[in-house]
Design a protein around this ligand. Sequence first.
Ligand SMILES: [Zn+2]
Ligand SMILES: [Zn+2]
Length: 363
Amino acid sequence: MGIQFDIPTATMKSVQFNPDVSKKPHLVHCDVPKVTNPKEVLLKVIAAGVCGTDIHIIHGSYPSRKGVILGHELAGVVVDCGSEVTTLKPGDRVVCNPNRGCGCCNLCKVGRYNLCKKESSASTVGIFRDGGFAEYCKVGESDLMKIYDEIPLLFAPLCEPLSCVVNSWHHVEPVAAGARIAILGAGIIGNLYASLFYFRGYRNVVVSEINESRIEICKSMGTGFEILSPATIGGQLEKGSRQPFNLIIDTSGNAKAIEAAFEWLDIGAKFCAFGIPNPAHKIEIRPHILVGKEIQVVGSMAECQTFPEAVDLFQAMYEAGRIVPEKLGVKIFNLEQHEEAFQALASGEISKALFSISDELKN
Ligand SMILES: [Zn+2]
Ligand SMILES: [Zn+2]
């Protein structure tokens, strides 16, 4: 793109979290990281997304490295490359796949790095390695994917949650044409999933949600899908005014919602557990349903080798008007507004907070 990128030498703004120092993340001025390894790349971060996982980290219910720069959904422009980097050059527009297991355990060796339990300072960007809530971020060449020129860098961090949706999609496909589908929860994952179903021609989709702001956001997406409370859906099924579902995707992680939804499944249906539940919560189901209806239950954890497909899908859905960030409930903040951004996301008032970190090149 004909722009020269100077390698910065001054300090940079970052949002770091260290529970030993404070229960809240803080804006810290720190040194710009330097490329020291031949396979490393320095990014000028243009935008980074705040995710429910960041809220869990702050609440202490998800592990992270103390003092880490948060932000595992990030997009930017390459400014410096190690001597052995061959696939990228300064000026390239990229999105980061933050997920990398230890690389050594058997799960990692068969490519299931999303299930690796040996987290270390070498694993997930923005959780164990320093992440994207900063003006610059140093990652590995293999963590980055080039993106299409048509995808604005400001919105490109959404490729990360979309890659998780794609992973779940692979667990539930094939989905028959005309399938009756329920999505539990209208956060960003539920909304992206609803958009994907619409994009792929499914129209018989119901979204189950109780948060008023989320209901409004979901309506504004213009899919025409019904958005109802779980009590209403349950009541309709009991009365027989609604047919049971062929596929239910839980994005809420809410044990009560999951428990209720097992009664909504039709013969031969699939249930996909995708939202991350509280590890201590339990549910009661009638196992008779599983046998008598030949139900398939599948779990889906984050992203697994689905990032390239997510980048292509993002491009296709963006061009088709099925990823319109404002309609999905995305709101833009700057790093100084980090407290406000975390708060707005935690309350459900928005579905995704994006930090716009640099005003240059965001389109
Ligand atoms: Zn996330
Ligand atoms: Zn591993």
